[in-house]
Design a binder for this molecule. Structure first.
Ligand SMILES: [Zn+2]
Length: 494
């Protein structure tokens, strides 16, 4: 069809629409808004009130909501809408329209009509991309489940590529994560605050699973390293930060905007001690590892919101850093200095996409080094830590090297200490020769540093890390080719 717009005596040039009515055209939202601008429902004492203002309608282009606190008023408003549409020659589909009851159901369920047609009563409906549910304690419960399922499907699709294109590099994997998975995990984060922990569980699982698969570590690995090594923010905190960002936006709005009325109303409820969006944010802030208090007045102050946002990030990073500093498995990740562009200094950075993940291009080498650094490898220091069906946990000092049985089989012993197996010694000699060529500064440090410190230093070397990753892969494979030494006396008696 060909269309033209007339305004006063002027006509625009004709234009074509090839996809039916103009609902999909770029001009249509604006034209529709002009067309729809005089639709105003009459105020009624039963109207929903936000900070004293009656609000009974909301529109997103041609998706409309009409609301009231009583059925008779709702029916009267729907009638007014139907009459307005009839006068404007707009067809409203009764079959596509639905209605919902929030709160206790009446003894006799009334029938809503649009003209002569009955409108179906439903318990859940998707409006502007968000599922609303009237029969669960949390109105967003269906939305949580739906968005988690989409995130999971997107995640599976990303990793299904492995069979076609090989292992996914970390940088590209994180780009795909942000583009195709994160968007579902943050869906509706600004309006549905995660106070019901069980509803957000699947989101957490989806994020953890993606990052573990990307890094190539096992499904029970520590959580902190997923974020410290990739720079990704834990999803629960990311959603809270998005809600705080939306709060900042709302504070900036003028007093004529309904969203601002909603904010003020929510703060009123919080101040009075009633459940509310603002109150839910306060609950999450109090539940942080370092609790943050927020007063009703803070919700309307940009400096206060900015300060709280900064504190949230600091609290999360401090918590992650605490894990890195004190968990036994993260000993190789401590005291790492990273270049910080803003201050042009070397400092401790808790969350960052680490260089060893992106600079090592061969997947097997990258995964081997990642596992070595994150204590997710097969050396006995880790594998004998836990009880199995037929064996008790073995004390650290007895988790001896399978090759020499003279020292604990840990990362440093396997890579730099053990000299009982000639092929390993030869492998190490070649490796050291190569890495000293890659990064000559390492040669002097090899002579003065302890082997532990030298391993950490090699990890930090941008010039040598690729060669180190290959060596890690070779060493772990060599150890895997020998049977592990299990000391006597730890068998479970059956
Ligand atoms: Zn040994």
């Amino acid at each position: 069809m060909v269309f033209a717009v007339k305004y006063g005596d002027e006509h625009c040039l004709p234009f074509r629409s090839l996809i039916g009515l103009l609902t999909g055209d770029s001009a249509s939202p604006g034209l529709w808004n002009v067309f729809f601008a005089d639709f105003r429902l009459r105020e009624h004492p039963d109207d929903v009130r936000l900070h004293g203002h009656a609000v009974s309608q909301a529109e997103q282009a041609d998706d409309n909501i009409i609301m009231s606190t009583s059925f008779s008023t709702l029916q009267a408003k729907v009638n007014q809408f139907f009459d307005w549409c009839t006068g404007k020659r707009v067809f409203v589909s009764a079959s596509k329209s639905k209605w919902m009851i929030f709160g206790p159901l009446p003894h006799i369920i009334p029938t809503l009509r649009l003209g002569n047609l009955i409108v179906e009563l439903v318990s859940e409906f998707k409006y502007v991309g968000v599922w609303l549910t009237s029969i669960t304690a949390n109105v967003f419960s269906r939305h949580y489940a739906a968005s988690a399922a989409k995130a999971r499907n997107a995640s599976n699709a990303v990793f299904a590529m492995k069979h076609r294109v090989g292992s996914l590099p970390v940088k590209e994997g994180l780009q795909l994560y942000m583009a195709r998975v994160d968007c579902y995990l943050i869906s509706a984060a600004e309006i549905s605050i995660d106070v019901d922990a069980h509803l957000i569980e699947e989101h957490l699982d989806a994020q953890h699973l993606f990052l573990r698969r990307l890094l190539g570590i096992n499904s029970r690995s520590m959580l902190a390293v997923l974020f410290t090594e990739t720079g990704v923010m834990p999803i629960r905190i990311r959603r809270l930060l998005l809600a705080l960002s939306r709060l900042q936006y709302m504070v900036h709005l003028g007093d004529e905007r309904r969203v601002r009325w909603a904010l003020l109303d929510s703060v009123d409820l919080f101040r009075a001690g009633h459940p509310s969006w603002a109150g839910d944010i306060a609950i999450l802030l109090r539940a942080l590892p370092t609790p943050i208090r927020i007063a009703p007045g803070d919700y309307l102050s940009i400096p206060a919101i900015e300060a709280i946002t900064k504190k949230v990030v600091e609290a999360v990073d401090a918590d992650l850093q605490f894990d890195i500093n004190f968990l036994r498995k993260t000993h190789l990740l401590r005291n790492r200095l990273e270049y910080v562009e803003e201050s042009e200094t070397l400092s401790l950075v808790t969350r960052r996409r680490r260089h060893y993940l992106t600079m090592t291009l061969i997947p097997a080498h990258r995964i081997a080094l990642t596992r070595l650094l994150l204590s997710d490898h097969n050396l006995s220091v880790e594998r004998l830590r836990y009880r199995t069906r037929y064996r008790l946990p073995i004390p650290r000092e007895e988790r001896l090297c399978r090759l020499c049985r003279r020292a604990v089989e840990d990362e440093v012993h396997a890579t730099l200490d053990c000299d009982a197996h000639p092929p390993l010694v030869a492998l190490r000699a070649t490796f050291l020769h190569d890495i000293f060529e890659c990064d000559p500064a390492l040669k002097a440090q090899y002579a003065i540093l302890s082997h532990y410190d030298f391993l950490c230093r090699m990890v930090s070397s941008r010039k040598g890390v690729t060669r180190l990753a290959k060596y890690a892969c070779d060493v772990l494979a060599l150890f895997d080719s020998f049977e592990r030494f299990i000391p006597a006396g730890y068998e479970v008696v059956r």
